[in-house]
Structure formats: structure tokens, C-alpha cells
Design a protein around this ligand. Structure first.
Ligand SMILES: [Fe+2]
Ligand SMILES: [Fe+2]
Length: 285
């Protein structure tokens, strides 16, 4: 159902609990990334076109981050059914809270850029893949691989690049937090895979390798939709965009392929999955 996605805090007793969680459980480093009272972005430094593009990017990010929270919470029952250890189950809930916070941080940036901190969107979120016909352990592993080793590993590469290019101090603080959190989300995937892989049979490795082709097709399609193959209008506007966390789509597309080929594929190959072949033959999937 289409409705308003906003990040307003309620005024019940949980408001204070939410703020306590931000300061304790979700804390990284000394500086909180949340916008400080009166903190602004110096919009006079930027062209109107840059500001419009930046508002669009941060609003879209707000929605994507918010949806990612449902991905991690959806993973919890699958990990429970797979008999995952307690640390894994606790960590996925933390990661879900990270994503809710990322959505709120992006909303604050959109507002600081002159936009709205809310948007009309489809509020329902897609369910996690159930992979019919496989065991609960195999199902959970596939989704952990897709979320942690694929999608979040790409997110680490993208956000690290954005963090390095961003100049506005407030926007940089936000991207630094998001990037640090995405690093944990990716490490979760690789760590889980490295623990499970030594116990996988040849058949299980073979089935997972064949499934990887479909996973790569889906990943490529979703990531490319986010960065249409369009050049920035000019070098000046490109640089202005980078300063506000707006990537150059063509470079981000290159970074995607570089990350798949130099990080993801070798990482999956290292545990015995034939990822190189799966990536090369993905279009036949
Ligand atoms: Fe995120
Ligand atoms: Fe994430």
C-alpha cells in the first residue's frame, strides 16, 4: 500500500529508549552522525541542479535503507530455523536497527538540502527468498550470501568511495557512519559463510554454485537500476555532486564490476564455490 514513509519519533515511553539505543548499541566512534540543532549545509555553494540531484539521491537512499531493515529482520526466523548461534541472531537485529537509522539519517540529509524528510512510497516490503526444496540451513546460507557477501559488499565499496569524495562535514559524518555499519554487514556474511563452508558436501557446494548464477543476475540488475548509465551534465556539477555524496554513475558502475570480480568472486572461490564460472555464465541462468 502506498503511504508516507517518515522517520518521526513517537512521544511515548519508547522515544527515550530509542535515543538510548542510538547512544549505546549503535554507537561507532566519538561523533554521532545525527544532525545537530541548527546544523545546515551551505547550499549557496552549489548549483540548483546539483541540489535537486542530491535531494533525489538522498531521498531514494532513505527508502532503500529503510527497506534493508526488513531484509535483516526477515533473516532472523530463517537463521533460527537453521540453528544459528546466538551471536548471529543478535547481530542481525543490530544490523536491522542500523538500517532503520540509516533511513533516518538520509531523511535528515534530504531535509538539510531543502527537501522533505518523508516520501510517498509503497510501504510493504518484499519477503525474503524461500528457495523451495532446500533445507533450512541451505536456505539461510543462500540469503546470507546474497545479503552479506554480495549486496552489502557492494555497499561497502560504494559508500567508501562516497565517503572519500564527500566534502560537506555533516554529510561526510553521515556517510562515514553508514559506511562503517555496512562494513559490519558485509563481514557478517563472509564470517557466516567461512564457518559453514567447511561442513558443506560436494553436492551442497554444487547446488549453491549453480544458484549463484541467478543471484548474480539479480544483483547486477538491481544495482544497475540504481545508477543509470548517464554522465553528469558537466565536470563542475559532477564535482559539486561528489561533495554532497552524489556519485558519478559511470564510475560507480565500473566500481560494481571491479568489486564483483576482485572481491566477491575470489572470496566465494576461496570457500570452494565455483563463483568465477557462475559470474561468467550468469546470463544463461
Ligand atoms: Fe544501510
Ligand atoms: Fe547494510
Amino acid at each position: 500500500m502506498i503511504g508516507t514513509l517518515s522517520f518521526e519519533l513517537g512521544d511515548g515511553i519508547l522515544r527515550r529508549e530509542h535515543q538510548r539505543i542510538l547512544k549505546t548499541v549503535l554507537r561507532r566512534g566519538a561523533e554521532a552522525p545525527e544532525r545537530r540543532p541548527g546544523e545546515t549545509i551551505d547550499t549557496s555553494r552549489y548549483d540548483d541542479e546539483t541540489l535537486r540531484a542530491a535531494r533525489n539521491v538522498w531521498t531514494r537512499r532513505m527508502v532503500n535503507e529503510h527497506h534493508s531493515a526488513a531484509v535483516f529482520t526477515g533473516l532472523l526466523p530463517q537463521l533460527m530455523e537453521a540453528g544459528a548461534t546466538l551471536d548471529v541472531k543478535t547481530a542481525v537485529l543490530r544490523m536491522s536497527m542500523d538500517e532503520l537509522r540509516h533511513g533516518a539519517l538520509c531523511a535528515e540529509v534530504a531535509e538539510a538540502l531543502g527537501g522533505k524528510p518523508s516520501v510517498e512510497v509503497e510501504l510493504s516490503t518484499p519477503s525474503l527468498a524461500t528457495h523451495p526444496g532446500v533445507t533450512p540451513a541451505e536456505r539461510a546460507l543462500r540469503n546470507v550470501i546474497f545479503i552479506g557477501c554480495l549486496a552489502e559488499t557492494i555497499a561497502v565499496a560504494f559508500t567508501a568511495e562516497e565517503r572519500d569524495c564527500t566534502e560537506d562535514p555533516y554529510v561526510k559524518r553521515v556517510i562515514t557512519q553508514i559506511s562503517a555499519d555496512e562494513t559490519l554487514h558485509a563481514r557478517f556474511g563472509w564470517d557466516y559463510l567461512s564457518r559453514v563452508a567447511p561442513h558443506m558436501t560436494e553436492e551442497h557446494l554444487g547446488r549453491t554454485s549453480r544458484w549463484l548464477r541467478t543471484a548474480f543476475v539479480y544483483l547486477e540488475r538491481e544495482e544497475m537500476l540504481e545508477v543509470p548509465n548517464v554522465a553528469p551534465p558537466s565536470e563542475v556539477l559532477r564535482d559539486e555532486g561528489l561533495a554532497l555524496g552524489v556519485c558519478d554513475n559511470r564510475q560507480t558502475r565500473e566500481l560494481f564490476y571491479e568489486t564483483v570480480e576482485s572481491v566477491i568472486v575470489p572470496g566465494l572461490e576461496a570457500v570452494g564455490l565455483t563463483a568465477r564460472e557462475a559470474w561468467a555464465s550468469r546470463r544463461a541462468a
